[in-house]
Write a protein that binds this ligand. Structure first.
Ligand SMILES: Nc1ncnc2c1ncn2[C@@H]1O[C@H](COP(=O)(O)OP(=O)(O)OP(=O)(O)O)[C@@H](O)[C@H]1O
Length: 224
């Protein structure tokens, strides 16, 4: 990250940030509610335009074999939502993501077994409990190989055993030269560098110091 700013509605929420991560390193982004953790992660994933500065990548190839230019080319983004259709089978949803990313990893059954959900591939995703849904979404990280995992509150809804299972998956990813960037309020059980974001503006307003006019709101709508 070179002078990278994460912004919403035209106002900088976090940054400018200067930060470099190498293969095998993890970064945990912390800060109170509204500090801008999700905004920064979505900016890294390419889902929000930066409010300034740049994100540079060196030495990673995209799925087409060309040098990666955007982090989104080599990253998995696991946000607050699971990005799996409730009426579709768990296996069908995972198959979609494997095909979408184009860099196959574990077979679907093996990925589900790795997150402690063997045998659920044929069930509708919506039949799973909240913690089971999270684990099935985590299996997305395994069915397609991507070097960078961008994770927003990844362990929300996970019980203790599942948190330990997830810590092992993170450790294995780092051991193979992967990178992890995670926003969390809970310890992830791994050695990580920390980036703490401070909340800006008036804490009584949900949008802090943001002042949005109609044009800003219209421009922001496409990114909601
Ligand atoms: N679509 C949007 N348009 C304008 N402002 C937004 C939008 N989404 C979030 N914000 C504001 O951006 C700020 C940062 O929000 P963000 O979701 O990044 O915080 P966070 O650190 O992830 O919080 P939490 O710990 O609650 O998940 C908040 O003040 C929020 O109100």
């Amino acid at each position: 990250m070179r002078e990278l700013c994460a912004s919403r509605g035209g106002s900088v929420i976090a940054g400018p940030l200067d930060f470099a991560l190498s293969g095998g390193e993890a970064l945990v982004v912390t800060g109170e509610n509204g500090a801008g953790k999700s905004t920064l992660l979505r900016t890294l994933a390419g889902l929000l335009p930066p409010g300034g500065g740049a994100l540079e990548i060196e030495g990673f190839l995209a799925a087409d074999g060309e040098p990666a230019r955007h982090l989104g080319d080599i990253a998995h983004y696991l946000g607050h939502r699971q990005a799996m259709k409730p009426a579709e089978s768990v296996g069908g949803g995972l198959g979609f993501w494997r095909d979408f990313f184009g860099t196959p990893g574990l077979a679907i059954e093996a990925a589900l077994a790795a997150v402690g959900l063997p045998g659920v591939a044929g069930l509708p995703f919506g039949y799973l409990s909240a913690g089971q849904q999270r684990r099935a979404a985590i299996a997305r990280l395994l069915v397609a190989q991507r070097s960078v995992w961008i994770l927003d509150e990844p362990t929300a809804a996970l019980d203790q055993g599942s948190q330990a299972m997830f810590a092992r998956l993170l450790a294995a990813h780092l051991e193979t030269g992967g990178i992890v960037v995670a926003a969390t309020h809970q310890p992830l059980g791994l050695a990580a560098r920390e980036l703490r974001l401070e909340r800006r503006g008036d804490a009584s307003s949900p949008q802090g110091a943001l002042s949005l006019d109609a044009a800003d709101r219209l421009a922001a709508e496409g990114w909601l």
